[in-house]
Design a protein around this ligand. Structure first.
Ligand SMILES: [Zn+2]
Length: 182
């Protein structure tokens, strides 16, 4: 079982290092375990049994490993049993829209126990390049809206940035009327 560290831990403020490819077994196993953790956290029975907070994304620094690895897992269409599922190595945002969006209910983070209310403005659309262990390929992801928010939140962890830093950075500014509420 992975132990998630909270935002008092210095690992969450460090810049993580790139992972060499082809990915070794240790790093692959860690990413698989991170994906498993997310799936368990969304399962009613298992999350209660192991006292897991439900999460859709996890970055390696959150388990105390400062490597550029992120796991993302959440249902896209529950009826069709479709999931957004990535185990990304060295994800890079190579393009982002000027247009912004924010989650109207605010963001949450498995490493942040306290609620930090406020809008977290992020690009509405991004393009990410990475190696993905789910498909075992170099991939290019074009993500919009919620999908783009989750990716940006997790990639921020690799640079030691937490979501409330972005709230604090824009404090005192008027809400952006052009940003899309999701
Ligand atoms: Zn987080």
């Amino acid at each position: 079982m992975l132990k998630i560290i909270d935002d008092t831990h210095p690992s969450l403020r460090e810049k993580s290092v790139a992972v060499s490819l082809p990915i070794n077994e240790e790093n692959r196993a860690l990413l698989l375990e991170m994906l498993e953790h997310l799936a368990m956290s969304q399962d009613e029975v298992l999350s209660e049994k192991y006292h897991l907070r439900s999460g859709v994304g996890l970055a390696a620094p959150q388990v105390g490993v400062n490597k550029r690895l992120i796991a993302i897992y959440y249902p896209k269409d529950e009826e069709k049993k479709q999931y957004v599922k990535y185990g990304l190595v060295n994800p890079r945002i190579v393009a982002n829209s000027v247009r912004e969006c924010y989650l109207s209910n605010g963001e949450g983070c498995l490493s942040v126990p306290l609620d930090h209310p406020g809008h977290v403005y992020r690009s509405f659309k991004i393009t990410v390049e990475a190696f993905d262990i789910v498909t075992n390929k170099d991939i290019v992801i074009v993500a919009r809206g919620y999908d783009a928010v989750v990716l940006q939140h997790e990639i921020d962890h690799l640079d030691g940035i937490l979501y409330y830093d972005r709230i604090d950075a824009r404090k005192g500014q008027l809400d952006d009327p052009k940003a899309l509420a999701i």
